[in-house]
Write a protein that binds this ligand. Structure first.
Ligand SMILES: [Zn+2]
Length: 219
């Protein structure tokens, strides 16, 4: 029973993160203002806001104007449910739990908006630094992030900022492995798809992190 409750709590957080992803770029208030459809602006009722179920029942379409609701919302709620459950079962420690939540949010931002929400990252960075003040994350990632803002390093500043927060959950060596793995996955993806444009890298860093988390369980 506790597991179901924790899963549902996770889906509620996932739904909240979805709201952040939608409203953050538009500057709309995240706390105030009722939820509405982005296409027809109709106010949503409670039955439209139940994590997972509302989107399943409506077949991922707005009840009023039938415009499509991004499937990433469902994915975010579903994944957050499992992340909360895994943490409850002690399969994830606190740094891994926080890093997975942050990675999910940043990945969806990267895929949907091609942007990096600095404010969201900053909140998580402050949580990491406050909870683990004794940890000494390699600050070189922050320096590289500043460099990437001004020079073309072929890797975005957001990716370096992600690596900074990841260093609370991983050793420096693990991070180097993770970058190699993410780069390989990224190169495969680049050659597999037809368009030769810039690829969002944070989703690949996240997949590589998941692989590193799962590897000890499999090997
Ligand atoms: Zn609508």
């Amino acid at each position: 029973m506790d597991s179901i409750f924790l899963f549902l709590i996770g889906t509620v957080f996932g739904s909240f993160f979805g709201l952040i992803i939608e409203r953050f770029p538009t500057g709309e208030s995240i706390i105030f203002g009722r939820s509405h459809c982005d296409s027809c602006q109709k106010m949503l009722a409670v039955r439209d806001l139940i994590p997972l179920f509302s989107q399943l029942i409506s077949r991922s379409r707005c009840r009023f104007c039938h415009s499509k609701i991004p499937l990433t919302n469902f994915f975010l709620e579903f994944s957050c449910g499992w992340i909360f459950l895994f943490a409850w079962w002690n399969w994830l420690d606190l740094p891994a739990f926080l890093l997975l939540l942050l990675s999910l949010i940043l990945s969806i931002f990267d895929l949907r908006q091609h942007s990096f929400p600095l404010g969201v990252w900053l909140i998580f960075a402050i949580i990491f630094i406050s909870l683990f003040p004794s940890a000494f994350p390699p600050y070189c990632w922050l320096i590289l992030a500043i460099f990437a803002e001004y020079f073309d390093l072929k890797i975005g500043s957001g990716d370096f900022l992600w690596l900074f927060t990841a260093s609370f959950a991983l050793s420096f060596l693990q991070e180097i492995w993770l970058i190699q793995l993410a780069s390989l996955l990224g190169i495969f993806y680049y050659f597999l798809r037809k368009k030769r444009t810039e690829i969002p890298f944070i989703p690949f860093l996240t997949i590589a992190y998941l692989m590193l988390l799962l590897a000890p369980q499999i090997l």
